[in-house]
Design a binder for this molecule. Sequence first.
Ligand code: PLP
Length: 509
Amino acid sequence: MEKTTDAHTSQWRIVDHDVIKPGTRGIVFNEPLIFENGKPGRTGCDIPQSEFPKRNLTAHFDPALLRHRVEGLAEVSEPEAVRHYTRLSQWNYGLDGGFYPLGSCTMKYNPKVNETVARLEGFTGLHPLQEPQTAQGALRVIYELERMLCEIVGMETASLQPAAGAQGELAGIMLVRAYHTEKGNPRKKIILPDSAHGTNPASAALCDYQSVPMQSGPDGLIDLAALEKLMDEETAALMLTNPNTLGIFEKNIKQVCEIVHKKGGLVYGDGANTNAIMGKTRFGDMGIDVCHLNLHKTFSTPHGGGGPGSGPVLAKGILAPYMPVPRVTLENGRYALDWNQPKSIGALTAYFGNFGVYLRAYAYILSMGPQGLNDVSDAAVLNANYILAKLKDHYHVPYNNTCMHECVLSDKLQQEHHVSTLDIAKALIDRGFHPPTIYFPLIVKGAMMIEPTETETMETMDMFIDSMREIAELAKTDPDAVTKSPTLAKVKRLDETQAARSPDLRHRS
Ligand SMILES: *Cc1c(COP(=O)(O)O)cnc(C)c1O
């Protein structure tokens, strides 16, 4: 490799003439379970002697219910406890550690200022049952964030309640059902292009709709003729993802919406990928009636560990009467809660949803400003196209388009050497990268879906590209070197089915 001398970033090191990519060498401690650490009787703190006389509990409780010794708790010192958890945290791969190009997930770096805002005591000390007049600031955040998001996607009404993208979709389809029901017929079907996200059909099914799959055209876009044929007066809605899961923008979206509207249906837009189009175009302007956003993707909240998310549902005015309660209202400078919405689909979460996520999104939007959000889309799309351009001679590109915020490759060329997408993903781990999304979208055999996001530097992307090229080359010259990856990771190839079905929680590596 020639690029070694002008090490692009401090993460590059030359050891024995070998370029070491981030995270592939160095001190990695073994760590037993915490129960296997420490010694009987060891503690991390001293509790002062009680000033009260000892009482015999058997006088008050059935002796059979009393335990004299608590079995099975870890007995460790404070440093042992701290080191144990610190080491475990270092085994974890996170955004603060490195590149995480997981397509469809928008694993972008989350600015720390958001965390500072989310930790302000005035917010963290609030109780959700507090009287609205004592929580005006928090209600203002909800109200203003709803307005800002409406502005970004061109909708008229919003509710932040849904706790994830998938729940936002569910809420959106519940709105669709409420709308059609009031018109006299809830209708029976929802059309779903095969380029839609996997949670879309699940949302349709949960609302008692039958999913009608629709094949994409050869260009990866919705086939207008096919849609025209499928769309009828028993179809409640078309659910689409735009940009779709191939990372392609539905350029005929206006005609798509017209075809659906002509038959009285509504269009649902999955807006989880809004980081590709913010400030450029708006769902509302395209003719989409209802959509959700993923605050934990586009609007920068750490996610991926199953932590709290937020998938606000946003809609045109025709759906406003059905929106979830309570609504946050503003009258005469006072924020209040309105539960009196007789047509509402009801409350979707306890209290107000994941408020901490709202604070992060609010801080993010304010700190970026309109121009900043616009720049995000530029950089997200540019970065994905950069990777696509640099890899297209090394990997098969199933849909040869300019992509939006993510690009899709496949293992077709490597399959000739019996190297698969899974092998390539594992080989990336040895090179210090989190693998991209693999085997999704389903319409591409052996798919690799790469979303670099706007927060990555060219140097980081170049390291990734070099690794991907090196793996493609190895697949030809020494395929075993790829298929036996990872060799440097703490655990090697796992039987992933077995790992999910019967996890061995006592395994020590
Ligand atoms: C992530 C994603 C979802 C689901 O969002 P969750 O918050 O994980 O429920 C839905 N659609 C698309 C396109 C996504 O990328």
